[in-house]
Design a protein around this ligand. Sequence first.
Ligand code: PMP
Length: 308
Amino acid sequence: MASYYNNETILYLNGEFVKAAEAKMDYYSQSFHYGYSVFEGIRSYRTVNGETKIFKAKEHYDRLQRSAELVNLPYHWTTEELTEVTYEVLKRNDLQDAYIRPVVFAPANMSFVQNEKSFLVIEVWAMQPFLGDKLLRIMTSSFERPNPKAFKIEAKAAGHYVNSLLASHEAKAKGYDEALLLDMNGNAAEAPGANLFYEKDGKLFTPAKGNILPGITRATVFEICEELGIEVQEKFFTVDELKQADAAFYCGTAAEVIGFDSLDDYKFPLKWEESVSRKIQQAYKNLVVEKAIEPQIQEDAKKHEVVA
Ligand code: PMP
């Protein structure tokens, strides 16, 4: 198992910076017993000019708030304050290329009664960007994604991830790199922790919203497509349709953009190097380490747009 912290590591817990090795949590927490917490997975990168940049910090902290609200966890933080605090946690741990994991969790409560307060922890650990360009061997999972009528599936809630673990364990036990889960209607949905795209004749397709966690990276892929003039369409599609694609990839904050070698016994025919998907991967790789734009410059750019 990876080592996430040592004796020097600092985390942020309920308004204080404390040593990870000394931080305490209540074993009677409703979160621990029922998987009842919400969290985010965020990345920071060392940019081309050497600064630390939290990629899409606003989008992630806004989603954390939405997740908490969707599952009735009290939320009393702002995106601005948490972004600032996260930069401070990174600084105190001397990290630039890192993974950031904020969790909002419940107090001691064995009942199903709603809580009047909740707690927040922000943990960070080192993570290198784009470790290799390997292609994934994917297996269609025997597990479906959680049913939107059973869960608030657009919330990044801890309990949902038992489904992710089961699917991933199954795929790995059978010798694959990762699983592809279907939705309750039998359409292709997503990975245990990433969204799906496929490429056909230079055009991209991705499962429509409704039965997936619509990721921030997925939205970034849309932005990249717009910029590069690549057509992209949201729709529901089956695994049979996916098995006629030229190429496919998963995308997520942790996975970034990672191509498929195969799905079950279907090998994607287009060489990854020659795919439009690869162009997206390259563009994403460049985007995350691009110089951070100062808010003032963004404002000026907006003004310029109006004039132009
Ligand atoms: N789907 C699931 C189930 C996930 O856990 C994640 C990771 N948060 C994603 C998709 C991708 O989301 P994002 O791009 O926001 O990381």
